[in-house]
Design a protein around this ligand. Sequence first.
Ligand SMILES: C[S@@+](CC[C@H](N)C(=O)[O-])C[C@H]1O[C@@H](n2cnc3c(N)ncnc32)[C@H](O)[C@@H]1O
Length: 515
Amino acid sequence: MPKLNLKKKNEDNAQEPNCAKKTYKFQVLELILNPIVNNIVSDNDLSIIKQTRANRQKNSSNSWKNLLIWGENKSIMGSLNHKFSNKINLIYIDPPYATGGNFESKTFIGENGTFENKKAYSDIWDGGINEYIDFLYDRLLLMQNLLSENGSIYVHLDWHVSHYIKVILDEIFGKENFRNEIIWAYPAASARTRRFFIRSFDSILFYTKSNEYTFNDDPGIYMEYSDRVKFALKEDGKGMFYYRGGSHNGKKLSQKVYVTNKGIFPRDVWTDIPYIRANTLEYQAFSTQKPERLLKRIILASSNKDDIVADFFCGTGTSLAVAEKLGRRWIGSDVAKQAINISRKRILDVWNSNDLIDWKKKYGRRSQPFKIVRTNEDTQAINACKDFLVENIQKKDIMSLIQDTKFVVNISKKDSKIMVDLVDYIIPNLNLIKDNIKNRIKNFSDWIDSWSIDFNHQEHSFTTAWISYRTLKNRKLELTSVPYNYEEKGKHKISIKVNDILGIETIQDYDVVIT
Ligand SMILES: C[S@@+](CC[C@H](N)C(=O)[O-])C[C@H]1O[C@@H](n2cnc3c(N)ncnc32)[C@H](O)[C@@H]1O
């Protein structure tokens, strides 16, 4: 079997055969059980917020929580290894493709939602293709280890590198475990070039860990009939049918054929899934975001309810949102804070997204509990806001910006009820921020993307009981929380967290006494 003979790949393997030796402790940033969001309160929510303390005890124990992890995925996978080795049923990844470019996402500002482009991630490799292949090789080895015996992996790439990575996947997973190279052809692709044919597909390489793997003939994965067949389909009391033509002795015959599924079992060329458009509910203004329909087909085919689906390059959290809506458990990670913020809001707001079974409806259900954790690396915080700051800024200035930023709240008390108003947001060293951002801020709340409250804060993790956030479609931010009713007298700690448009997260704690 051909192998890519890369120098570093061989050295690394000699030293560290399973790439899983380094482990980092995860720091829990947030526990999201079932908060009230944007002050939309149903009876169900009220009972939930009352039970937060009881829930917390129950939930902080061993019950499963989906995981959103902020950090470098090599160390993340190394750390997950002891708990999840051979446990993950499906991995989908959509890593950088060595395109040699930077990708952007839009950061929206304030209520009217003007936006600023921001680098989402870089796909430039100083060490060229070798460096890229080394990067992915290490991570694919770790994924192979995490995958369960009946598990599958889908690696989403394009013409830049899919041929190299196929050789590596053959080596890691075994040529015999190759299942498909799926061609996702996006119908509306266009380009200005007239010097070669327009490139209009991505390759998704599908491998399994063994020959005993999950693959479901689920009606949800079927492709629609072509327009010609759809046009010919009719319905009667017994179902959908078409006439199959033929002739005998020069006489035209036709036979009524009933069809059981509303479509055809997919081939490996998928032409029925358009690229994301800005007017859709799922659009997250992130240039490499993938469509939910694509992930729906993959997740329905290669996993079952309650299986664990992981995406270690999760971006806007497409695979996580789809796994959530299809009743799978999920683990997602990304090194970019902005990607984590987008994924967090996307999962919180999943009830407002399209239902995957009946697309015209909204999903309408709140997400399952999830945890946001990070690997303990200070540099992450520094990178989070860099794009909005003046050129050549020093590390220590970024740290002081992060540490000195604060907000002001009014906490009002009536009997055993507490309400919080957010009244100001103060960035003392505004000189560090680029003018085109500063000039667009008309009100303190324009700085803010989301804020949340833990009414019963206990030492280790922030448990979101209430949150207000802006989405692309709904720019309104509530500045007053719903009243929270304490059932126990005495001193309670309230923790409040504000996430701003720059990527800075500020947490302040307050004591309240209920008499
Ligand atoms: C092509 S995008 C994924 C888009 C995603 N499929 C979606 O639908 O939104 C690739 C993502 O990988 C992340 N990434 C790149 N290198 C990473 C690393 N070493 N660890 C974790 N995430 C990484 C980038 O920040 C980026 O968000």
